[in-house]
Design a protein. Sequence first.
Length: 152
Amino acid sequence: MTKEKDNGQEKDDTKPADSPAEAVEVPKKFVKLVEEVSSMSVLELSALVKVLEKEFGVSAAAPVTVMAANGGDSASSEAAPVKTSFNIVITNSGAQKIAVIKAVRAITEIGLKDAKDLVDKTPATIKENVPTADAEEMKKKLEEAGATIELQ
């Protein structure tokens, strides 16, 4: 990295010699830092990353890079954060509406009229912030009654 004078103006050449054609413009206040980092060995960079991770409580892991390395779609479900609670939404009451109303009453412990109103105004949220295991169990009961359920 060198500084050149071109027509009386200083120009920073902060792009490494073997980098792609796309130039990265480094703000002036970071030029010295970039120069210092580029002169470090891989071991020194690794140690610096660990210090920064501990100091600021962050991770330098790049899930996008991991997904690309693993083939994309199969890794996207692994890289996504695991959801621990769900909203149970009834999207269609189906043909057996009475059975669905009974299942909604059993799950929510609400009255007959309130359960009927929920089933009638689909899509409707039956329960919110339900743990994963309970949400799957409730979904199974409602689907057995004939409803179409979505966990959000």
